[in-house]
Design a protein around this ligand. Structure first.
Ligand code: KG4
Ligand code: ZN
Length: 337
């Protein structure tokens, strides 16, 4: 079964074709990022206007890359939310119109569920990994969300913990701005952190002291403020100090994420696999820290990270993949599940 997926929740416009929920036949994407950089964040009006311009050409590009026409598409999936309302609307209206014109079933998909299904995806040249085994513990971390999820079966999610304020990706973006660097902050901070000392500054980890032991929620706004005051105190900050701040901040974020993932694992010892998903799963230090602690504590547990960097950040293949696994539920229950 081939599903055409559409993702337009933020600044990326993306269209993909995925076969049977896993094999990516085409994964097309364009972004209005460069137009937002001067503002230090995404401007919804600019993002929505760009979606309007590029979405139909991108649908045509995806079909042509997948070497299929509309007769060979079995359903249309799109991101129903969460995201920027004006951006979501463009994707939803496009998907509805295409489904109506070509008489295809329409599958609305939750964006975070999409990120979760990024670990099912592979391309023609990749070795085929076996299907993930349930139950799965997922740490899904982006600019807009930050959750620990226990997944019992397809589209059966229990949120064990989430951020009480900023998501980790948002904290990376804000720290980049504090240091006078660009947007999005994640890739910039992680590159800079390679030259820094992660022990140079000690930033405390929120909700991790004795009073909060085993608390699976996250909080990163205090950390962002601590970075702000550290930078203010330094007054004339050198390049080396910027790298130290970046490395120490990144270490604090990764430590919070990984520590809480292991606390969650203690509550669910039946977990078969650990998955990392979302934009922040592109972070090398997070991957390395998780791999090291797994080798130490649960060496037999399977760890999955999206096979390609393009599956970590927003993309439409994850929406088509998640759509495949919930299509019957949508038919049976509508979208209220
Ligand atoms: O999943 P995503 O593309 O969009 C949302 O759903 O939010 O995630 C974007 C977020 C941004 O905040 C960006 O700074 C962060 O992911 N990010 C990273 C890295 N690459 C992207 N954060 C840390 N390290 C990275 N290498
Ligand atoms: Zn996302």
């Amino acid at each position: 079964m081939r599903i055409l997926g559409i993702e337009s929740s933020c600044d990326e416009t993306a269209v993909a074709v995925v076969e049977d929920g896993r094999l990516v036949l085409a994964n097309c994407i364009t972004s209005s990022l460069s137009q937002h950089q001067a503002y230090g964040g995404v401007v919804p009006e600019i993002a929505a206007r760009e979606h309007c311009k590029v979405i139909i050409p991108l649908v045509q590009q995806a079909l042509s890359r997948a070497k299929i026409d509309w007769n060979e598409v079995d359903a249309v999936a799109y991101t129903r939310g969460p995201g920027l309302v004006s951006s979501l609307l463009i994707g939803a209206v496009t998907a509805r119109t295409l489904a109506h014109v070509f008489q295809k079933p329409l599958i609305p998909v939750d964006h975070i569920a999409g990120h979760i299904y990024s670990n099912w995806l592979y391309e023609g040249d990749d070795p085929v990994a076996p299907e993930p085994q349930f139950p799965i513990l997922i740490l899904t971390v982006s600019g807009g969300h930050n959750e620990l999820v226990y997944m019992k079966s397809h589209h059966d999610f229990e949120v064990m913990g989430e951020t009480l304020d900023d998501a980790a990706g948002e904290a990376f973006d804000k720290v980049s701005r504090i240091l006078g660097l660009g947007f999005p902050g994640g890739p910039i901070i992680s590159k800079l952190a390679k030259n820094g000392n992660p022990q140079a500054f000690h930033f405390s980890r929120a909700l991790m002291n004795k009073d909060h032991e085993r608390n699976l929620n996250f909080s990163f706004s205090g950390l962002k403020t601590a970075v702000l005051y550290t930078v203010k105190d330094l007054a004339e900050i050198s390049e080396a100090q910027k790298a130290d701040v970046a490395a120490s901040f990144q270490e604090a974020v990764c430590d919070s994420l990984v520590t809480k993932l292991f606390w969650a694992l203690e509550q669910y010892p039946d977990v078969q696999e650990i998955h990392l998903a979302g934009g922040v799963s592109a972070n090398q230090r997070l991957r390395e820290m998780l791999q090291l602690r797994l080798a130490e504590k649960s060496p037999t547990l399977q760890l999955r990270i999206p096979l390609h960097m393009s599956y970590c950040t927003d993309n439409a293949a994850m929406i088509a993949g998640a759509g495949y696994y919930c299509r019957e539920k949508v038919e049976r229950l509508g979208t209220n599940f």
